[in-house]
Design a protein around this ligand. Structure first.
Ligand SMILES: [Zn+2]
Length: 442
């Protein structure tokens, strides 16, 4: 079959795969299957044949079916089909053109059903071309979502009338998190946002090279499902989160998938970011986190760290374990800083560490800065004043530094550079945290 015609079928698949950033070979779409579909009776009698101008309806239907099926399969340009038909049926070109275009749209719509079923798309949305010429019926149908089981060309899906320009697209309900399932056996890949249709087709339809694409494992798939269950996440932010997750340590990935439920974020437009233990959900701002100076997506993983901490409070001693290693690391850090600076006063160490935390690496050191802020707190004030910290009065009275550290340590599992600086300042705590993560997934 000719490329142009097949594009009608591959485009919805491309829309689905690129929409979810996942791709797989679609050998499942069988061209002979489409051809046999085309050979079934498909003419939209009451829509296009009601006019009296057609003297012999049976002859017309047969002729049209033969011409159109052959024409579409061989890729004959529609103007040639129109001329042939007008000659054979002794009718005007405009009548023939109306039939050819409308019936072609109907054929595509019929074959598209097979594509949607192949992709396990359950909901389909009607998409009208809205302009001054849009018909009354298409205006009414625009945006309507139907179930695949109600798919009926000419009734629930376009073409609704001659010259109909409406079409259909797969529909995904944000809150339901429906997604296309992948064929058993084949490999699944991560499809980057910038991949356009021609490149996608070369890769997944024509069996092109996939060495530059990242293979998607079940862990990543499980993560994307959790992300897709959260409403209000833009495609760009979604991709950032997926890439960040992908860079994570294996234990942290497993812990995330085990303990983070669907719909973990209750609002993505909050002022600030916090985890509510009462609601067991996160409030944050997706737009702010996308342009986060500390790294796009760090707040998302930090707040998920809080969620995971609270989800395990009843069955794990992880907070008290972190508490003791943090104090050990902190005392060593103060002592080493004094030794290096050749001073006997702790206040010098506090000042030096504060300066480093406010220095040019302050974004990279934001977690270290906050943890030191908490560990050096005397209640309402902290001895080590970096750039990042929980500055609100009394914060460190109500929240243990180890609680905040848990979220920082978890977030850093998805960012090697941030993990490396935490390792430098809190080596024993990093070791302990690795044990804790291991314990959570046992
Ligand atoms: Zn926090």
């Amino acid at each position: 079959m000719k490329r142009q015609f097949l594009d009608n079928f591959y485009h919805p698949i491309f829309e689905v795969q690129s929409g979810f950033n996942i791709g797989w070979d679609i050998a499942g779409i069988d061209e002979t299957q489409i051809e046999s579909l085309l050979r079934k009776p498909w003419t939209l009698d009451n829509l296009t044949f009601s006019d009296r101008i057609w003297r012999d309806k049976d002859q017309l239907v047969n002729e049209l079916q033969t011409q159109l099926t052959q024409g579409l399969i061989t890729g004959t340009p529609s103007n040639v089909l129109i001329n042939n038909l007008a000659d054979k049926l002794n009718t005007s070109k405009s009548n023939a053109a109306r039939l050819v275009m409308t019936e072609s749209a109907a054929i595509v719509a019929i074959a598209k059903e097979a594509v949607y079923r192949e992709l396990e798309v359950e909901l389909i949305r009607i998409l009208a071309t809205l302009d001054k010429k849009t018909s009354e019926i298409c205006r009414k149908m625009d945006g309507i979502v139907i179930r695949i089981d109600d798919y009926k060309v000419g009734v629930t899906v376009p073409p609704f009338h001659p010259w109909c320009r409406s079409t259909t697209v797969p529909h995904f309900d944000d809150n339901v998190g429906q997604r296309a399932a992948r064929d058993e056996g084949g490999k699944t890949y991560y499809v980057p946002n910038e991949m356009k249709y021609p490149e996608w087709k070369k890769t997944f339809v024509d069996g092109g090279d996939k060495s530059n694409l990242q293979e998607m494992d079940s862990t990543l798939k499980s993560f994307t499902e959790k992300v897709d269950s959260i409403s209000g996440i833009t495609p760009g932010y979604r991709e950032v989160l997926i890439q960040r997750f992908n860079n994570g340590t294996n234990k942290a990935k497993e812990v995330f998938n085990r303990f983070v439920p669907n719909n973990s974020v209750s609002t993505g437009t909050a002022k600030g970011a916090w985890y509510s233990p009462r609601e067991k959900r996160i409030h944050m701002n997706f737009v702010n986190d996308l342009s986060n100076k500390r790294g796009s997506g760090t707040t998302f993983f930090h707040e998920q760290g809080h969620l995971i901490d609270y989800a395990n409070r009843a069955s794990s001693e992880h907070i008290s374990a972190l508490d003791s290693t943090l104090n050990l690391d902190y005392n060593n850090l103060i002592r080493n800083t004094m030794r290096t600076a050749g001073t006997k006063r702790k206040t010098d160490a506090y000042r030096i560490l504060g300066e480093v935390m406010r220095g040019e690496d302050r974004e990279l050191l934001s977690s270290v800065s906050d943890i030191l802020h908490g560990l050096s707190s005397t209640g309402n004030t902290s001895k080590i004043k970096g750039y990042y910290g929980h500055w609100d009065k009394g914060y460190w009275k109500s929240i243990l530094p180890s609680t905040e550290a848990f979220a920082h340590l978890f977030e850093a599992q998805f960012d090697p550079a941030r993990l490396a600086v935490l390792q430098q300042y809190f080596p024993e705590t990093i070791k302990k945290f690795d044990d804790i993560l291991g314990g959570l997934i046992q």
